[in-house]
Design a protein around this ligand. Structure first.
Ligand code: ATP
Length: 243
């Protein structure tokens, strides 16, 4: 397993218990979906893995998180990026006043030479031809889909082995969501990038993931191979059609 989350509890502001013992595993080269409704704890789980809780006044108070067998709870987000773990935040978080290419370059700080940066850009443009056409446009003037692609592209500039992708479908038209998911599938198949994907769009996520976990009020209530979840009657009733 590349990632092993063992029974973590997360508390915000010293009092609000949000994750109540979450365990999940992500295999090397897999696409794993973390599903559930608004406020279930998906973002919190990703933040716990990439150690971005502190800025939100949150902390892991129980359990452990291992990356390839090594404990990572105390590593800084920057150290995690160096170890290949990069989070793409919900809401697209591009720098509005920078161009698409400048945004991509902000993700390249772990690259050591100009040639590496250039190779990184070329790879991103090969996967996202739309970004190439828009590379000199200010991000503020690009579409929601292009901004989501830019956020993923920026993560790729760090040459990650694992991407934590938070609600890539949010606010996007179904056709664009599909375009984004197809690129995720390609990156997984051709570059071997592992994905942990938080999604409310259960239907779409289960089409692309190999395995899924369903979170409800800070607990995993169901997990299984994506095809099994997609045909499960409870999942169909409560979760398909969401997103
Ligand atoms: P969404 O899709 O709405 O982001 P989610 O499944 O990602 O949902 P989280 O964002 O992890 O859920 O939120 C889980 C719970 O934690 C919610 O009740 C939310 O109000 C609470 N929460 C999130 N961030 C904070 C914070 N910084 N301080 C206090 N409570 C928080």
């Amino acid at each position: 397993m590349v990632l092993n989350v063992n029974g973590i509890e997360v508390i915000y502001n010293h009092v609000i218990l949000v994750l109540k013992g979450v365990s999940l595993q992500v295999p090397e080269g897999g696409i794993v979906a973390l599903l559930g409704g608004n406020g279930a704890g998906k973002t919190t789980t990703l933040r716990a893995v990439s150690n971005l809780l502190r800025g939100e006044r949150g902390e892991v108070t129980k359990g452990s998180i291992e990356l390839r067998g090594e404990r990572i709870e105390n590593l800084s987000p920057a150290e995690l990026v160096r170890r290949g773990v990069v989070q793409v935040m919900e809401g697209r978080h591009c720098f509005a006043h920078l161009t698409i290419e400048e945004n991509l370059l902000t993700g390249a700080y772990t690259r050591s030479s100009k040639a590496e940066v250039q190779a990184g850009l070329e790879k991103v443009y090969a996967y996202f031809p739309r970004l190439k056409t828009r590379r000199t446009s200010q991000a503020a003037y690009t579409s929601g889909g292009e901004q989501q692609m830019c956020a993923i592209g920026r993560a790729l500039m760090a040459n990650p082995s694992m991407v934590l992708l938070d609600e890539p479908s949010m606010g996007l038209a179904p056709q664009i969501v599909q375009e984004v998911f197809e690129i995720v599938k390609d990156l997984n198949a051709k570059e071997g990038v592992t994905f942990l994907l938080a999604e409310q769009n259960t239907n779409m996520a289960l089409q692309y993931a190999s395995y899924g976990y369903i979170l409800e009020s800070g607990r995993i209530v169901m997990d299984g191979p994506a095809a099994e979840l997609a045909s499960n009657e409870d999942v169909k009733e409560f979760y398909l059609g969401m997103g």
